[in-house]
Design a protein around this ligand. Structure first.
Ligand code: NOJ
Length: 502
């Protein structure tokens, strides 16, 4: 797909003028980009990355508390989420910062262990319930709608002690936790996502050393975790559908990260490899929920089964769904929550340990070295990949509105963060092109992130915030960056300035 330029008569006249006025005008002038009046703009955060107060207010230990306390110095700068941005105590300030950005919505996650310290409902922590009541009420008092993630990776440690996500019983615990959330917050919360980025937290069972529980069961335990979370998601959706939707009238979805894997060449082998990578990475979670046939993508089932057999396993390392399970999971979403950051040129080839999801996918992701690099080594600004991602989603999963739950850029904490402004300008333009030129139904967008927060393995060395957070200050002072002003205007006017349109 090529980026096309929409020519209205106004643009035509405008571009003619420009051409006449300047001999250097090679491009075609653009109108400002318009978002629909009811488009939902906002900012996003996650509990472990901002709250701190890891052992306050009756909260139980989670798997990141456990991992960072038992294995110190796992992160680049030796930090952890014990205090983070101290949002547990400073949530009112944070609501004010969001308000100052003219947001419609605020995406936050609930720390399971703050509500259920041991993960189970035999012990419901009222102080935890109250904390999020205060946050939700504070948002609504400021005309900001809460968008809630039930699980942004911080599993109660007690549930890891019984195996964590590879244990299929976790689906039962999750649905009971979901029930507590609907019961307590569903009168005011209308946007729910069950999980944030399954592929990322499943990596905690693939040997990723900075994602808890950092267990290396690559190619086995990670597929088991995927199986459980898909069933947990479906159960939480069905619970809402059957018992809460009629009275609460909200929407339930799941947020899946889709990095874009683009064929590095036109060779069919690379085209197929890139598609496989997209299917192993995003389709593994999206296909069972959002396609009319349901189940894992056929190419995933086939390759894992073949590899498993060749490796001498008595069954596929992928836990296959029964026909009843396929039916149970299919169609369990009201919208597709999308996290998108970057793209990779992809070729056919061998990468990853044996066994692993990467090896099963049989593709190698390269690096677009000509594109701007963020402070995070995995992140380059490749705006056209966003448009391709959105189009791929519509083609794969027709009929679902898309809510972009994360998109953002890391640096090392500059206040005059032009790199972040450039990234947002370019990515928002491609999103608008996808909406207006290609008809992709994007309904909302929350930027990652309101604050410089604890960025997992890289601690505070890579910062995604629209506000700088001084982590040497006990008060964790916040300072707006230039990008917060930039986005504020876009959010308020629902307009992307013409100079960013492409
Ligand atoms: C996705 C994750 O959901 C979030 O926790 C993380 O901070 C951002 N990506 C940036 O890496």
């Amino acid at each position: 797909m090529r980026t096309t330029v929409k020519m209205t008569s106004a643009t035509r006249a405008h571009s003619l003028l420009l051409l006449v006025a300047s001999t250097a005008a090679w491009g075609v002038a653009q109108d400002a980009g318009q978002f629909p009046a009811d488009f939902l703009f906002g900012v996003a955060t996650a509990s472990y990355q901002i709250e701190g107060a890891w052992n306050e207010g009756g909260k139980g230990e989670n798997i990141f508390d456990h991992m960072f306390h038992t294995t110190p110095n796992l992160t680049t700068d030796g930090t952890n989420g014990d205090v983070a941005c101290d949002s547990y105590h400073k949530y009112e300030t944070d609501i004010e910062l969001a308000k100052n950005m003219s947001v419609d919505v605020y995406r936050l996650s609930i720390a399971w262990a703050r509500i259920l310290p041991t993960g189970d409902i035999n012990n419901i922590n009222q102080e935890g319930i109250d904390y999020y009541n205060n946050v939700i009420d504070g948002l609504l008092a400021n005309d900001i709608e809460p968008v809630i993630t039930m699980f942004h990776w911080d599993l109660p440690q007690k549930l890891q002690d019984i195996g964590g996500w590879p244990n299929p019983r976790l689906a039962d615990y999750f649905v009971e936790y979901a029930r507590v959330l609907y019961e307590n917050y569903g009168d005011r919360v209308k946007w729910w996502q069950t999980f944030n980025e399954p592929a990322s937290f499943v990596a905690g069972y693939s040997g990723n050393t900075a994602i808890a529980p950092a267990i290396n069961s690559s190619g086995v335990g990670d597929y088991m975790a995927a199986y459980t979370l898909l069933k947990a998601h479906a159960a939480a959706y069905r619970l809402y559908d059957e018992q809460y939707r009629a009275t609460q009238q909200g929407k339930v979805g799941i947020t899946i990260n889709v990095m874009w894997y683009e064929p590095a060449t036109d060779a069919q082998a690379d085209v197929d490899a890139a598609e496989r990578k997209n299917q192993f990475y995003a389709g593994l979670y999206g296909h069972p929920i959002f396609t009319s046939e349901g189940d894992y993508p056929a190419v995933v089932k086939q390759r894992v089964a073949e590899n498993s057999q060749a490796e001498g396993y008595p069954r596929s390392r992928l836990i296959e769904f029964t026909p009843e399970e396929v039916e149970y999971i299919k169609g369990t979403a009201d919208f597709f929550g999308l996290n998108h950051y970057t793209s990779y040129p992809t070729t056919e080839g061998v990468s990853g340990s044996n066994p692993s999801m990467d090896l099963d996918a049989g593709a190698v992701a390269g690096d677009y070295t000509d594109y701007p690099l963020a402070a995070s080594s995995w992140l380059r600004s490749v705006p056209w990949g966003f448009r391709k991602t959105l189009n791929w989603l519509v083609q794969q999963y027709p009929g679902y509105p898309i809510f972009v739950m994360e998109n953002g850029w890391s640096d090392t904490g500059e206040l005059d963060d032009q790199g972040r402004i450039d990234y947002y300008g370019a990515y928002l333009a491609e999103m608008l092109n996808a909406m207006n030129e290609d008809g992709v139904p994007v309904i909302g967008y929350t930027a990652w992130s309101l604050l410089d927060n604890f960025e997992w393995g890289t601690g505070f060395t890579t910062r995604f915030g629209l506000h700088y957070v001084d982590i040497t200050d006990p008060d964790r002072k916040r300072t707006p960056k230039a990008s917060s002003r930039f986005l504020e205007e876009i959010f308020r006017t629902k307009t992307l300035p013409a100079k960013y349109m492409r």
